[in-house]
Design a protein around this ligand. Structure first.
Ligand code: ATP
Ligand code: MG
Length: 539
């Protein structure tokens, strides 16, 4: 049946009732309890004034209340907007300016920050959430509603121009006037404004419908063979405020009656502790996490032999990480590819012996791809030739929130999504991501894909991580430069690294400049921010 996200959850509540839906620091919530909490929270939000089509901002780490608030808002037909709670006040404020939500459900540590946002924002109600309520004491979790924190509403009422929201503003103190009906969402309604990671620029709000998100959960279901409904244990180490964690952990887990173990942030010790009580069977993550977990498993710190599905995405997965994981756990580690704009997963390796490390696999069910000339996307490239990857399928988004020009650039007629990534396709249909179009370096007329140079650098036994960027030359043009992180306790001469590269790369690809750094700047999900590396190397 074609269900909206809250309908999918309701179906699981009916089917899996007493099974554990969520676990957080050892405290568990069953599907029935989750269903009740969602209903209560929806009622609380409705009393606060949330109606179908309203935008509800969530500023929360992974915690049960995050899940409750997400489904409660959706149940009312409202639009959820996810935020990274570790963003600075300035970054958060920019996002609130962008989406203009009137309601926010906020981690209590940030409630004051959000309450201090300038009064010309549309924000009227803040629900503050104490996530420690769930900590080891095992107390029942309840979203406390309404804990609306008014931001000196009256002062702002007089300050705000009257043409803007005069009547709504007064709704702050009125919890009455309940309409009988919950105006539930329809499949084609917007469910989520999901900001992109901001790797190449300012994060953009991708508009995703219930149909988009449902499609991706169903496609994931078709992708993963041998799942046991009602029996799997998913590990939510990826943030739910990012498309990857939201779909591959949350909506996917809830659709098959899995137990979702939530982590407020990825931390090896937390995972080791949780695994003793609830061994993971399904673990979506990113390469740096697999790397650390594999080393811990190899040392005997954690048993990961229970993991039947380890799925990597968001950035390219080094073959060395695959080997390390598979040796330490005996299971397969497979790579997929996606972007926020495609809910997010669009391609994946077969989960089995035919997976191909180094590639991102084949298109998801009902997903089509093309490889085109980036200068002229109506012209397809010959098979095997590199070009920009285009995607089409039921998971492709509706456009960017209030960015018609970006939407027109990204969503082509016919429903094709421009990924901004350069890819090749093999004769048997496996896709390899070369790099981001925007980050390809042009030096002396040649194109250099930073990822190719990074792969060579990290194949050096003493180099742990590398980021390759273009640096402007004094007389015009660009040079290849690299920032490298060296293995603990090792000293390395940049000249020796250059020699290492020279035997493996054409001369024009060898970095002119190599700088040793302690750490690479990464996004919250672990992507290297080449933009920032470049700024640091230039300063
Ligand atoms: P922004 O769009 O704001 O610059 P972003 O593109 O990093 O940030 P996301 O939507 O989180 O935001 O990431 C999608 C991008 O991640 C893809 O376009 C691609 O560049 C990269 N990516 C995802 N999976 C893989 C993968 N398996 N291998 C290489 N790159 C990947
Ligand atoms: Mg992007």
């Amino acid at each position: 049946p074609s269900q909206t996200l809250p309908e999918m959850l309701a179906a699981s509540v009916a089917t899996y009732g007493k099974k554990v839906a969520l676990e957080f620091f050892g405290a568990s919530t069953t599907y029935v309890e989750l269903g009740d909490q969602v209903a209560r929270a929806a009622e609380g939000l409705r009393r606060l004034g949330v109606r179908a089509g309203d935008r509800v901002a969530l500023v929360l780490p992974n915690c049960p209340q995050h899940v409750v608030a997400f489904y409660a808002a959706l149940r009312l037909g409202a639009i959820v907007i996810e935020h990274n709670p570790l963003y600075t006040a300035r970054e958060l404020r920019h996002q609130f300016e962008d989406h203009g939500a009137r309601f926010a459900v906020v981690w209590d540590k940030l409630a004051d920050t959000v309450a201090d946002f300038p009064s010309d924002l549309a924000l009227e109600h803040i629900v503050s959430v104490d996530i420690t309520e769930a900590f080891p004491l095992g107390k029942r979790l309840a979203l406390r509603l309404p804990v609306a924190k008014a931001r000196q509403a009256r002062a702002q009422l007089t300050a705000a121009p009257t043409s803007k929201r005069p009547s709504r503003w007064k709704a702050l103190s009125t919890h009455g006037r309940l309409s009988k009906k919950h105006s539930g969402p329809r499949l084609d309604d917007i469910a989520l404004l999901q900001y992109t990671s901001g790797t190449t620029g300012t994060p953009k709000g991708a508009i995703l419908t219930h149909a988009n998100l449902r499609a991706n959960a169903m496609q994931g279901r078709a992708w993963v063979p041998g799942l046991h409904d009602g029996e799997e244990t998913f590990y939510g180490v990826l943030p739910l405020f990012h498309a990857y964690g939201l779909t591959l952990c949350l909506t996917f887990a809830m659709s098959i009656g899995a137990k979702l173990v939530l982590f407020p942030k990825y931390d090896l010790d937390l995972v080791v502790t949780a695994a003793k009580k609830s061994p993971p069977t399904f673990l979506p993550a990113v390469p740096p996490i697999y790397d650390q977990l594999a080393r811990a498993a190899a040392r005997g710190t954690i048993d990961l032999t229970t993991v039947r599905f380890a799925i990597s995405g968001a950035m390219s997965l080094p073959v060395a990480t695959v080997d390390r994981w598979e040796q330490a756990t005996g299971g397969l580690l497979v790579e997929g590819y996606g972007m926020t704009e495609s809910s997010p997963v669009a391609l994946g390796n077969p989960i089995g012996p035919s997976r191909r490390p180094g590639t991102v696999g084949v298109p998801f069910p009902s997903t089509e791809i093309r490889v085109v000339d980036p200068e002229n996307p109506s012209v397809d490239r010959a098979l095997g030739e590199a070009g920009e990857l285009l995607l089409r399928g039921p998971q492709v988004f509706q456009g960017y929130w209030q960015r018609p020009a970006d939407t027109a650039d990204t969503l082509l007629p016919g429903g094709w999504l421009r990924t901004g990534d350069i890819a090749t396709v093999s004769s048997d249909g496996f896709v390899t991501i070369v790099d981001r179009l925007k980050e390809i370096i042009i030096t002396g007329g040649f194109n250099v894909a930073p990822s190719e140079v990074e792969d060579v650098l990290v194949s050096h036994p003493d180099i742990d991580a590398a980021a390759v960027v273009a640096l402007p030359k004094p007389r015009g043009g660009e040079d290849v430069a690299a920032a490298i992180v060296v293995r603990d306790g090792v000293e390395i001469e940049p000249e020796a690294v250059r020699d290492f590269c020279k035997t493996r790369l054409a001369a024009y690809k060898v970095p002119r400049r190599i700088v040793v750094v302690d750490e690479l700047p990464r996004s919250l999900i672990g992507k290297v921010l080449r933009r920032e590396v470049r700024e640091r190397l230039m300063s």
